[in-house]
Design a binder for this molecule. Structure first.
Ligand code: GRG
Length: 303
């Protein structure tokens, strides 16, 4: 039987309250995860970007999936924090003059604008290394083989980010890159970590193969929808709304989905992907409400 998202009623689910509560837990956990220490310069720089807000989508996806498959928040929190460390690291490096050369991120001056390129590069490296250490050291009451699998999955996602970024850089200034290349870039740059967020949550909770497959398909669909919406927002939102420079894709002559399909078709495609994502997890019933609501949030978000 084909699952449809209509079977689960989302009406009573307060996504705003859910996200706020989970964001608060993540903020506290991240703050505790990375205390100030010597050498202060690099730890201050790491904390500057790690604690600068952001939607915390990746840790929340991890926590929501872990709870769906029966794990506790405590069991999944170190992995959730590691995901945000990796994400933050990728933003710091992405903003560097040798990459996207951005001045603002999350409403603040970018890391290298405050600390200089050398410290920003090292802060990124530090966050990356610390993410592995943190999962290995701080995860409690999770069988060791699952922790090992989480670490391996995080490593693969990092490799994917690198591949996506390289192809993105190589494609700059060529607005006519084939759809296959555009898809490769986004599957690796954006979807990979969102997929890892869902999958590591499932791994921590010991999900079986069938459930993992459903959750992975959910993640792939929201991953692509997320990128399409990102491309749309780059055109339609202001820099204030985004907390970073709007219109960068046009200036850098980047290939984007709106350029390929137009804005209306891009919105339709994102909606269809979200619909499909919700259908993939609807078989979990009420337990899937957070993941389904998060899927809707992907297209409704304003930044
Ligand atoms: C991981 C070794 C290693 C290297 C990183 C720089 C790089 C290689 C990759 C770039 C990855 C990148 C910046 C992808 C963009 C992903 C994206 C759409 C980010 C925006 O995510 P949001 O909207 O941001 O969730 P907030 O600020 O809300 O967290």
């Amino acid at each position: 039987m084909v699952a449809t998202s209509e079977k689960v009623n989302l009406t009573g689910f307060d996504l705003k309250a859910y996200l706020t509560q989970k964001q608060q837990l993540v903020e506290v956990a991240l703050n505790n995860a990375l205390p100030m220490q010597y050498p202060e310069t690099v730890f201050e720089s790491m904390r500057y970007s790690l604690l600068a807000g952001g939607k915390r989508l990746r840790p929340i996806l991890c926590l929501a999936t872990a709870e769906l498959v029966g794990a506790t928040l405590d069991q999944a929190m170190p992995t959730a924090c590691a995901l945000e460390m990796i994400h933050t690291m990728s933003l710091i490096h992405d903003d560097l003059p040798s990459m996207d050369n951005d001045d603002f991120r999350r409403g603040n001056p970018t890391n290298h604008k405050v600390y200089g390129d050398a410290v920003a590069i090292l802060a990124g490296d530090g966050l990356l290394a610390y993410s592995f250490e943190y999962v290995a050291r701080e995860t409690r009451n999770v069988p060791i083989d699952r922790i090992l699998e989480v670490i391996s999955r995080l490593g693969r996602a990092m490799g994917d980010l690198v591949s996506g970024q390289v192809v993105d850089i190589e494609s700059e200034g060529n607005p006519n890159i084939p759809i296959e290349t555009l898809t490769f870039i986004h599957n690796h740059k954006t979807s990979a970590l969102l997929e890892a967020a869902v999958l590591t949550g499932a791994i921590v909770g010991g999900a079986n193969e069938v459930d993992r497959s459903k959750l992975l398909r959910y993640a792939k669909n929201i991953g692509l929808a997320f990128q399409i919406v990102d491309d749309i927002l780059d055109i339609t939102a202001t820099s204030e709304e985004l907390g970073k420079s709007a219109g960068k894709d046009l200036t850098a002559e980047k290939a984007t989905y709106p350029k390929l399909w137009g804005l209306d078709e891009s919105r339709r495609q994102a909606q269809a992907l979200v619909h499909q994502a919700k259908a993939e997890v609807s078989g979990f019933g009420e337990k899937a409400l957070p993941l389904m609501a998060i899927a809707d949030y992907i297209t409704a978000r304003k930044n």
